[in-house]
Design a protein around this ligand. Structure first.
Ligand SMILES: [Zn+2]
Ligand SMILES: [Zn+2]
Length: 97
């Protein structure tokens, strides 16, 4: 009586082979960047505040000097540029994106 036996190959997990052995990139030192960006945003917002009334957003460029320091309301009242004291001859509504 002959019994044909099939040899079963055992799938053995090689010792030492572990998933993720290559190691992912470490992304842990981003906290400082977040703080920096927040400070930058605050600075930007400060720069966009009208230097005259400190209430409205800066949206008017003074002519002819080109300084961008006040809102449209204040710009219409200014006789001279608060930065360079150039006599204002006009103003241009400016939109910042
Ligand atoms: Zn203003
Ligand atoms: Zn100016």
């Amino acid at each position: 009586m002959v019994v044909a036996r099939r040899k079963r190959k055992r799938r053995e997990v090689e010792p030492g082979f572990t998933e993720g052995a290559s190691g992912g990139p470490e992304e842990e030192e981003n906290n400082d960047n977040g703080t920096q960006i927040r400070q930058e945003n605050e600075k930007l917002r400060e720069m966009q505040t009208c230097k005259i009334c400190m209430e409205r957003q800066v949206n008017t460029t003074l002519l002819p000097c080109g300084h961008l320091v006040s809102c449209d309301r204040c710009a219409s009242r200014l006789a001279k540029c608060p930065i360079c004291r150039t006599k204002i001859k006009g103003s241009v509504k400016t939109f910042m994106t």
